[in-house]
Design a protein around this ligand. Structure first.
Ligand code: ADP
Length: 776
């Protein structure tokens, strides 16, 4: 061995215990010194211009190392530079000079000193073969190490190639390694250079292995990070695609509800309420009934048109076109509707009264409302209020209720898919109430512009804005509509149609509509005017055109069968074959007298189905002055009858009635068939006429109809529903109609062609009535 050593040199040197750093001879290194004893040692060396001894600590965490905590080998180093750092530390640059063996540690007052034996190592100029091999191995190790260590580049280790001396090489290489104290110690204490090189190789192998493991771990972690990033992007893309396709998004159900709820952009409180509901799902077990309740609730909420609306149009010209196209006649009604739309335009679609179309069935109320929807470019939905007794039908049931659902208002808005449809409330006069609450007051809330922007359905629980909905109502009569509701509404009456109007409605609308609905063409089906008239007069007797439409539809249906079955080209219906298609003429079995009779009077009534003839019969028989009423009765009718009896008694003589009928005769008044009149006391003059006729034996004109109430003194008072009543009289072929004088103003409502057919007599007293009715 060519190694030259000088063990004789002993020295006392101040000690800095090393932790976390390794310093070798032939290398320069800097580190920070902070511990008081180390700083004192450093200062002592500096003061004496001496070296410092760096001794590795066995346990780096030991703050205040004793002798036993220090290894017995160290490196004697020269201090090249010191720098005081803020915070009291001193950065020191040292150059390792030589290894040394520590003979003993000496406790100086403020630092540790060691008595050492310097291990002098001379440069090996001629290394052994063994050493050369080890050098090559070590250089390979370095290469491998660098490959696996991202912190060191090949350039950094290039100078190693130039180092010939195996000792210098070993120390320099060692300084690249961040060694544990025990490995560091091994390299320090090994005085045999060959053995030191082998130890270094072993340490290298271990370090390279560590690096590889570290690398592998890093790769795995990296892969995981990359993979999860990739997955994240893919998921985002999938959800974007799904959303585009309108499908549900991935992720937990709760997440998807939360996302959808947030997208509704509701007010804070509502959103909070819904998110709380959605979060409930997290804590519920799969398949539990509560899950269903919560999910149905959220699904219901999500399907409502919170922010969806049609683009409304208030184009009056277009509206007029739509109304004219869909409806014959009804010019005043159309004008009123256009005014209404114009006002909505000016008020930007806000507030305003609610339209209420009043009239008998089949006069086109619903169909006008549909046209309004079309003209204003809104969706159309309708709710029938007839027979609605339970408030819950309007406002829904609480969620806690089994099978709970929202009310019809919300359900229909869901159907409309927009929050601003035309919403028809049909038959508002048929609304009833009972122990289940008052639907009228719930409806009032719906219609009240002051509160309907935050309508709360019991099921939905959060407010829904109904203020953009255009509510329109219909009714057959106004009598049973609660006042509070009536106050909110603007009434538009549709009285009914004359025969002429019906004919035109049939030709222009009903027939073409039926032809299209049954898949025919104009050429395949036709019906003569005469046949239509016959249907109007002999098959239907109605104010509107509902039955007319039904019978026409029946005719078209039969024709379709015939065209298909018998391969006919077309069907023409006229007087000769009408019966074949629509059956025998319905003998309208009315009690309308066909000749003048005693005690039988054609009264006129205004009922929910329009104007009607109400035939009143009076019978006189021996008895004790009792008044009996049968048939359709109301209190008002009874009072009218009593008033009539009183009037006749006090005017008996003038009326030509003999004897004390109120003592020895019983009077029986019968009101055959027909709906209950809605307009209260309008049968007074008819009853009086019937009684007078019965008591006097004079016959009544059977082609005369009358309406009017009387006072006890015989004055005739005005009544309602003039147009409807006159149309009815015309329908039943009456020649004359008696009306109260005060109703003269209503004459202008009556179509000209009706006025031509029928003679209208206005009267002020019952005497005039009797004169016209009895004295033929
Ligand atoms: P209501 O709602 O008053 O009971 P509808 O609107 O249901 O009556 O009318 C019944 C049928 O008669 C519908 O097919 C309707 O289109 C038609 N109709 C009613 N009045 C007219 C009219 N003036 N012009 C054209 N069709 C009409």
């Amino acid at each position: 061995m060519d190694r030259e050593k000088n063990n004789s040199l002993e020295k006392n040197i101040p000690v800095i215990p090393l932790r976390g750093v390794t310093v070798y001879p032939h290398t320069i290194m800097h580190f920070d010194v902070g511990r008081e004893k180390s700083i004192n040692a450093l200062n002592t060396s500096l003061l004496n211009d001496e070296e410092i001894l760096l001794v590795p600590q066995i346990e780096p965490s030991e703050e205040n190392p004793k002798f036993k905590d220090l290894y017995d080998y160290g490196v004697v180093s020269g201090i090249k530079q010191t720098l005081k750092l803020p915070g009291g530390n001193t950065r020191v640059l040292v150059e390792g000079e030589s290894r040394c063996k520590i003979i003993e540690f000496i406790n100086k007052e403020s630092y540790i000193e060691a008595k050492v034996q310097i291990i002098e190592e001379e440069e090996i100029k001629n290394p052994t073969e063994e050493m050369d091999v080890l050098k090559r191995i070590l250089l390979k190790d370095v290469h491998e190490f660098v490959r696996n260590n991202p912190l060191i580049t090949q350039e950094m280790v290039l100078p190693l190639m130039e180092i010939k001396d195996p000792i210098t090489l070993s120390d320099t290489i060692s300084s690249y390694l961040d060694l544990k104290p025990e490995d560091y110690y091994t390299l320090l204490k090994e005085e045999d250079i060959e053995k030191r090189l082998i130890s270094l190789h072993e340490i290298f192998l271990k370090e390279i292995e560590y690096l590889k493991i570290e690398e592998e771990i890093n790769k795995k972690v990296n892969f995981q990070i990359n993979k999860s990033q990739r997955e994240y992007f893919l998921k985002e893309q999938i959800s974007a695609i799904r959303e585009e396709l309108g499908e549900d998004e991935e992720g937990s159900i709760v997440d998807s509800y939360i996302r959808k709820i947030k997208r509704l952009k509701l007010d804070k409180d509502s959103q909070k309420h819904l998110l709380k509901e959605a979060k409930k799902l997290e804590t519920m077990s799969m398949g539990s009934p509560e899950i269903n309740v919560v999910q149905s609730y959220l699904d219901e909420i999500l399907s409502l048109p919170w922010n969806k609306a049609s683009k409304e149009s208030y184009d009056i010209k277009k509206a007029r076109e739509v109304l004219d196209e869909d409806h014959y006649g009804l010019s005043d009604v159309k004008e009123r509707v256009l005014e209404y739309i114009a006002v909505r335009k000016l008020t930007k679609g806000l507030k305003g009264p609610i339209l209420c179309f009043v009239g008998p069935p089949g006069v086109g109320k619903t169909s006008i409302v549909k046209s309004i929807a079309k003209a204003t470019n809104r969706e159309f939905v309708s709710m029938r209020l007839g027979g609605v007794r339970d408030e819950a039908e309007i406002r829904g049931h609480r969620k806690t209720y089994i099978g709970a659902m929202p009310g019809k208002i919300i359900k229909l808005l869901e159907k409309a898919e927009t929050k601003n449809p035309v919403f028809l409330l049909d038959e508002i006069d048929k609304l009833s109430s009972d122990f289940r609450g008052d639907p009228a007051s719930a409806l009032l809330e719906v219609l009240d512009p002051a509160q309907n922007d935050s309508f709360i359905d019991n099921y939905i629980e959060i407010p829904f804005d109904l203020s953009k909905v255009m509510f329109i109502t219909t009714a057959n009569s106004l009598n049973t509509i609660p006042d509070a509701l009536l106050d909110r509404m603007e009434i538009i009456r549709i009285a009914g149609y004359t025969e002429f109007e019906k004919l035109n409605i049939a030709k222009r609308h009903l027939i073409p509509k039926q032809i299209v609905e049954h898949g025919l063409t104009d050429k395949q089906f036709s019906i003569s005017d005469g046949s239509i008239r016959k249907i109007i007069l002999n098959y239907t007797r109605e104010s509107g055109v509902r039955n007319l439409e039904r019978i026409i539809s029946k005719a078209v249906r039969k024709s379709v069968v015939e065209i298909v079955e018998n391969e006919k080209e077309s069907i023409k219906i006229d007087g000769r074959n009408l019966e074949k298609y629509i059956g025998r003429e319905k003998i309208i079995d009315d009690d309308i007298p066909k000749e003048d009779m005693v005690g039988v009077v054609n009264g006129l009534a205004w009922t929910s189905v329009g104007g009607e003839i109400l035939t009143i019969e009076a019978n006189i028989m021996s008895g004790s002055g009792k008044l009996r009423l049968t048939g359709m009765l109301g209190d008002v009718m009874k009072e009218s009858a009593q008033a009539a009896v009183s009037y006749i008694r006090s005017n008996q003589e003038a009326l030509g009635i003999k004897g004390e009928f109120y003592k020895d005769k019983d009077i029986h008044l019968h009101f055959p068939e027909g709906a209950v009149p809605k307009d209260g006391p309008s049968a007074g003059i008819s009853i009086t006429t019937a009684l007078t006729s019965a008591l006097s034996g004079k016959k009544v004109d059977h082609e005369l109809a009358m309406t009017g109430e009387i006072t006890l003194r015989g004055r005739v008072l005005p009544i309602g529903g003039v147009k409807e009543k006159v149309l009815a009289a015309n329908r039943y072929g009456m020649k004359k109609v008696i009306l109260p004088y005060a109703n003269k103003k209503d004459l202008e409502d009556i179509p000209e062609n009706v006025k031509k057919n029928i003679e209208i007599k206005f009267v002020e007293t019952i005497d005039e009535v009797l004169e016209l009715a009895l004295n033929k």
